[in-house]
Write a protein that binds this ligand. Structure first.
Ligand SMILES: Cc1cc2nc3c(=O)[nH]c(=O)nc-3n(C[C@H](O)[C@H](O)[C@H](O)COP(=O)(O)OP(=O)(O)OC[C@H]3O[C@@H](n4cnc5c(N)ncnc54)[C@H](O)[C@@H]3O)c2cc1C
Length: 447
């Protein structure tokens, strides 16, 4: 008999702003009583939602249960910047590029995830505010950023990928600001309103008979007589096969200990811009910028049911205990105000309405925490900061593996090494903090 007590509850600082700005969602029920299922998925982020959808496709008649600790879209799935990126995007590199062959394969796999998400968005009638393949621009604000873009463009050329270098005038026409010296546009990224997407996925799954429960954190997992029993404080699910789609929380279930890096990322969103402010800003209705330097600022203009707003993201903290204090969030919120004003001085009286953080999980060797970790128990975790595409992919592939299917992408995933072991504390924390602060310092005007 295997018994696992879950040691830590999911928590992220500040409000899940993408969800807060939407009209309130219909609640999913809390798990009650003793439920018997054919499949159980734990965690309703990108990975869990994709796993449940792929399972439903593969097993139309099966009983599939999806358990989420919080409300749907309250976790990192509803806290990210909404870039579902197709191309190589190695956050640990200077310019996102990696080794050629690995980048080719990762791009093909990311595209299969984007296409899976596009089919879901279409089938569940989510609309273009939730999901649209509109591409993104790597925005450069410094000579160094311009050099990164040129190196990255060359890499994309070698990969045979479409891209377009933009000058300062074109950047101003897009975003209304003359902050940027240039950009590198690539067409394949899907842009999400992440909370709307997560809600749409969960509602779509319910319409296909998947039993979705929210506010139902699993506190213990136990295997006996060929089946797993997942317990919440008040109820339980019995299932022979379980997919753990809890990202860094997989460590709380006792797996991949001392192999995962827990990082909190921070973002802020303005209040809705008035018509007059939108005119003052100028530029296009929607745009989406990742920074030319991976340590720099991501910025987006969004428009839809939550209003027209600008969203900025920068700042990382290393949090092995997966908790941050609200004072740290306030400091980052102030830094975001500064970032915003540097770019959009014409909107001097516009404040940030929401600031928040969210946990993500990285491994030293940029691989997922993936595979069968115990009999009938599958992990689809650690997306290395790119969970929109890579989490979706992990979830799809975990569903394939748990169903006994073999695909090229699954074989590739299973051939990857396990996440590398971290150095002991305090060496790991000192090293990680030094790398992050140095990276931010070097990012200069890209921050
Ligand atoms: C500010 C910010 C910006 C980001 N921007 C981007 C971006 O633009 N593009 C991108 O690709 N990625 C981005 N990310 C990263 C992205 O959000 C994550 O990589 C992604 O959410 C990981 O997906 P996941 O499904 O693996 O895990 P998560 O989304 O973290 O989902 C795991 C879920 O498991 C649940 N859970 C945990 N423990 C339990 C339990 N015991 N019982 C039940 N449920 C449990 C959690 O509540 C959570 O909802 C960003 C992150 C942040 C914070």
């Amino acid at each position: 008999m295997t018994g696992i007590r879950v040691s830590h509850k999911a928590r992220d600082p500040g409000p899940p702003a993408w969800d807060v700005i939407l009209p309130s969602a219909q609640a999913h029920p809390v798990l009650e009583g003793s439920v018997v299922a054919d499949w159980l998925v734990i965690g309703a982020g990108f990975a869990g939602l994709a796993a449940a959808r792929r399972l439903r496709q593969l097993h139309p008649e099966a009983i599939i249960v999806l358990l989420e600790a919080r409300r749907i879209a309250e976790g990192p799935v509803g806290r990210n910047s909404g870039f579902m990126i197709d191309l190589p995007h190695n956050l640990a590199s200077d310019d996102y590029a990696g080794a050629l062959e690995a980048d080719r394969i990762q791009t093909a796999m990311n595209r299969s995830a984007i296409s899976f998400a596009r089919d879901a968005a279409c089938e569940y009638e989510m609309g273009s505010e939730a999901f649209v393949v509109s591409g993104k621009t790597n925005a450069a604000a410094s000579a160094k950023g311009m050099r990164h873009n040129l190196t990255y463009a060359k890499h994309l050329g070698t990969l045979g990928e479409d891209h377009e270098l933009l000058d300062d005038r074109q950047m101003r026409e897009i975003c209304g600001s003359d902050y940027y010296r240039g950009g590198l546009y690539t067409p394949g990224t899907a842009m999400l309103q992440p909370a709307l997407f997560a809600r749409g996925m969960a509602d779509g799954l319910v319409s296909q008979g998947v039993k979705v429960f929210e506010n139902s954190p699993v506190v213990a997992l136990q295997r006996s007589a060929g089946s797993w029993s997942a317990k919440t404080d008040i109820a339980s699910v019995q299932s022979p096969r379980v997919i753990l789609a809890v990202n860094g929380h997989v460590e709380s279930f006792g797996f991949f200990k001392r192999r995962l890096m827990h990082i909190c990322l921070y973002a802020s969103m303005t209040r809705p811009l008035s018509e007059d402010e939108q005119r003052r800003l100028g530029g296009e209705r929607l745009w989406a910028f990742t920074p030319a330097d991976p340590m720099g600022t991501t910025a987006r203009k969004i428009a839809g049911s939550g209003g027209t707003r600008i969203v900025v993201r920068n700042g990382f903290t290393w949090n092995p205990a997966r908790s941050v204090d609200e004072a740290g969030l306030k400091t980052l919120g102030r830094a975001h105000e500064k970032t915003f004003r540097a770019r959009f001085a014409m909107l001097g009286d516009v404040d940030m309405e929401h600031s928040w953080g969210g946990f993500l999980c990285l491994s030293r060797n940029n691989v997922a925490a993936f595979g069968e970790v115990d009999e009938g128990l599958f992990s689809a975790c650690c997306q290395n900061g790119l969970g929109a595409a890579r989490g979706t992919l992990s979830g799809m592939l975990a569903a394939e593996q748990a169903s006994g299917n073999e695909t090229d992408h699954l074989r590739y995933m299973l051939a990857q090494p396990q996440p590398g072991r971290l150095p002991p504390e305090p060496v790991a924390s000192i090293g990680a903090n030094a790398v992050m602060r140095w990276g931010e310092f070097r990012a200069g005007a890209e921050l």
